[in-house]
Design a protein around this ligand. Structure first.
Ligand code: FES
Length: 272
C-alpha cells in the first residue's frame, strides 16, 4: 500500500512549493560546522598555546585539549620527547571526531547541509544525487558502522573529563573550592555526558538488542532503555550545545591566557 506514490516535488535544484524558510536551518548548520572545523584546525596546527591556566594550584584545561595526555605519567607520556607539532588535541581528537562524524544525527545534518541529499523535505535535490541514488553505508561511509566503537572510547573520554574537573577544585594549602574555570569545565563535561547518554547506539546497547524485557536483568535493561529514550529525544539539542561549549570553553581559556577577564578568572569560592 502506498508504494509508488510520489510527492509533488517540482523539478530543479532547490525548487519547492514550500513557503517557509526551509533553507535557513541547513545553511546555519553548514556554517556552524564549517566554522567549527576551521577553528579546530587553527587551534590544533597554527596556534596551540594557551591551552590551560593555573589558579592558586588548580588547573583549568581547554576542552579542546582535555584530556591533556601529554602530561600523563602513564606510559611515560609526560617524558616523551615529542615533535613540536604534536599536542594533546592532535593525539586525542580522533575520538570525538570519529564519534561525532559517525553520529546518526550528524549524518542527517551533513547529508542535508553538504550534499543536499535530500536538500529538505519536499525540496528538489541536485541532478547528480538523483543519478547516483542512495548507496547506503558503502565506500568511505562504511566507517559509519564504527559508531558503537567510538562510543566506547567516548565514554572513557567523559570519565577523564570529569576527572579533569576535579583538578579545578583543589587549591594551594589543601583547600577545596570552585572558580569560573570549574563551571566552564563542568558544563562542558555535563553537556558531553548528555550527548553520549542520548546516543542511539548506547540506547541499543542498553536494551534495544533484546526481544523482551520481561524477566531478571532484561527488566532492568528495559527500564534503562526507557530512560535513555527520554534523553534520546533531544539528541540534536545535546549535539549542538555540547559542540558549542567545546569552543566557548576553549575561547575562555584562551582569553584568560591572553590577559582578558583577569578579575573574573581569579575569582574563587573556598568551600572546605
Ligand atoms: Fe549521535 Fe550516537 S547517535 S552520538
Amino acid at each position: 500500500m502506498g508504494e509508488g506514490i510520489k510527492l509533488p516535488v517540482i523539478n530543479g535544484l532547490g525548487r519547492t512549493n514550500r513557503v517557509d524558510n526551509w533553507w535557513s536551518q541547513p545553511l546555519a548548520m553548514g556554517l556552524a560546522l564549517t566554522l567549527a572545523l576551521l577553528y579546530t584546525f587553527w587551534r590544533l596546527f597554527l596556534h596551540d598555546t594557551g591551552i590551560s591556566y593555573q589558579l592558586d594550584g588548580s588547573t583549568v584545561m581547554s576542552p579542546i585539549f582535555s584530556p591533556n595526555i601529554l602530561e600523563w605519567e602513564l606510559f611515560g607520556l609526560s617524558e616523551w620527547n615529542h615533535p613540536n607539532w604534536v599536542n594533546a588535541a592532535i593525539l586525542v581528537l580522533w575520538i570525538p571526531f570519529g564519534f561525532r562524524g559517525t553520529c546518526y544525527y550528524m549524518r542527517r545534518v551533513y547529508y542535508r547541509t553538504f550534499f543536499a541529499s535530500p536538500s529538505a523535505c519536499w525540496v528538489d535535490e541536485p541532478e547528480i544525487n538523483k543519478k547516483l541514488g542512495y548507496k547506503g553505508e558503502k565506500r568511505v561511509f562504511i566507517l559509519n558502522n564504527l559508531h558503537r566503537y567510538f562510543l566506547y572510547a567516548a565514554m572513557i573520554i567523559i570519565a577523564i573529563k570529569w576527572w579533569d574537573v576535579t583538578h579545578t577544585l583543589t587549591f594551594e594549602g589543601g583547600q577545596y573550592g570552585v572558580s569560573v574555570g570549574t563551571f566552564v569545565m563542568a558544563i562542558e563535561a555535563f553537556l558531553l555526558t548528555m550527548y553520549v547518554t542520548s546516543c542511539h547506539a548506547l540506547r541499543h546497547l542498553a536494551g534495544g538488542m533484546l526481544d523482551r524485557w520481561t524477566t531478571g536483568i532484561s527488566q532492568i535493561r528495559g527500564k534503562l532503555f526507557g530512560r535513555l529514550s527520554l534523553t534520546n529525544r533531544s539528541h540534536g539539542f545535546w549535539f549542538w550545545t555540547s559542540l558549542s561549549f567545546v569552543f566557548i570553553g576553549d575561547l575562555w581559556v584562551f582569553a584568560v591566557n591572553e590577559g582578558y577577564f583577569t578579575g573574573l578568572a581569579d575569582w574563587k569560592l573556598i568551600l572546605l
